[in-house]
Design a protein around this ligand. Structure first.
Ligand SMILES: Nc1nc2c(ncn2[C@@H]2O[C@H](COP(=O)(O)OP(=O)(O)OP(=O)(O)O)[C@@H](O)[C@H]2O)c(=O)[nH]1
Ligand SMILES: [Mg+2]
Length: 335
């Protein structure tokens, strides 16, 4: 009884500090979220629940694109511009490939050096979890905490070469893809799947003798988008050119982002989208837990490999093996 009282007071204290904009408290809370320890997870859940009413009030923007396209440089400059207009900016960098010892994280800190030094900004790398789901969970929860701390713009950087961009697209309001001028007229390594997620394509490094190429690339992207006829209701994906390095075209980019956000909000689609995201988040977490509990069970774990081998060898159909695993886990067959 006394112990739960202390725990509740502890959560109350952290929640208050976060709401008051205490950056150290925010950083510690994110560490709780990232922790694999059960006791930390319980505290993190209590904290998130306590702060839930104060979340959801930011513009959430995903920034993806080719490696080296200038995403971090863009975020650094855009973040500074927005702070200049009175915003508070949180930046999360998701890199599911960086189980290497934080090399890219260090790189990001230096590429966003000016923003990192600004008291109105909060930059946090989202660590590589052992699963994409892990990355998603911590990133989403970090967004919630940052919002509760009063950050009204949340920018999430992710490389556009894995699955992380889909995960990020599913947790933001507006998704920006950063491209670069092509050497020829081919689209620079941007996957079709990434184009389909884009609300806005920003062709970066459009300065000096690259302006002409950047304009041509922008035309190509417009054509590609037209052919793909990407299915956003009430919004045709926009293509623009800019130079993050020279701070050119960034105001136009922000205008497009806010226009997209406003259009979503006005039509009610923003609320619907966020509700859907929250519901699918719940499903995702539940499925992960179910799977973890299942794999942790001795009987199922023993048979899992055995059945997988049979499926691989063509001795059993995948459906039959899955049904058998279900029975081992105590799941009744559908009738
Ligand atoms: N000329 C020019 N160079 C730029 C511009 N923006 C970024 N760069 C350079 O491009 C390189 C990559 O920039 P980053 O901002 O690290 O790119 P990124 O997309 O975050 O890279 P990763 O996170 O490694 O995928 C750096 O050398 C930047 O200085 C720009 O507008 N013009
Ligand atoms: Mg980067």
């Amino acid at each position: 009884m006394r112990e739960t009282d202390t725990a509740a007071k502890d959560i109350e204290r952290i929640a208050k500090a976060i709401r008051a904009g205490d950056r150290a408290a925010l950083a510690r809370a994110i560490t709780l979220i990232e922790s694999a320890k059960l006791e930390d997870q319980i505290r993190a859940e209590g904290l998130l629940e306590r702060l839930l009413p104060y979340t959801g009030k930011s513009i959430r923007v995903g920034i993806s694109g080719v490696p080296g396209g200038g995403k971090s440089t863009l975020i650094d400059q855009l973040g500074l511009n927005l702070i200049g207009e009175g915003h508070k900016v949180a930046v999360l960098a998701v890199d599911p490939t960086s189980s290497r010892s934080g090399g890219s994280i260090l790189g990001d800190k230096t590429r966003m050096g000016r923003l990192a030094a600004d008291p109105q900004a909060f930059i946090r790398p989202s660590p590589a979890g052992d699963s994409l789901g892990g990355v998603t969970k911590t990133t989403r929860e970090t967004v919630a905490l940052a919002e509760a701390a009063g950050y009204d713009v949340v920018l999430i950087e992710t490389v556009g070469v894995g699955q992380s961009e889909t995960a990020v697209a599913n947790m933001v309001d507006v998704f920006v893809v950063v491209a670069i001028p092509g050497a020829g007229d081919e689209l620079q390594g941007i996957k079709r799947g990434l184009l389909e997620l884009a609300d806005i394509i920003a062709v970066n490094k459009a300065e000096g003798d690259q302006v002409e190429r950047a304009n041509r690339a922008a035309m190509d992207y417009r054509t590609a988008l037209h052919i793909l006829a990407t299915g956003h209701s009430n919004w045709d994906p926009q293509v623009l050119t800019l130079s993050a390095r020279d701070n050119r075209g960034l105001d136009a980019l922000w205008t497009k982002i806010t226009e997209r956000h406003a259009a979503l909000a006005a039509s009610g689609a923003l609320d619907a989208r966020r509700s859907d995201q929250a519901a699918s988040w719940m499903r995702e977490i539940f499925e992960q837990r179910l799977l973890a509990a299942f794999k942790g069970g001795k009987r199922a774990a023993r048979h899992f490999q055995e059945l997988e081998n049979k499926v691989r060898a063509g001795q059993m159909t995948p459906a039959a093996a899955a049904a058998e695993l279900g029975r081992l886990a105590g799941i009744k067959d559908a009738d």
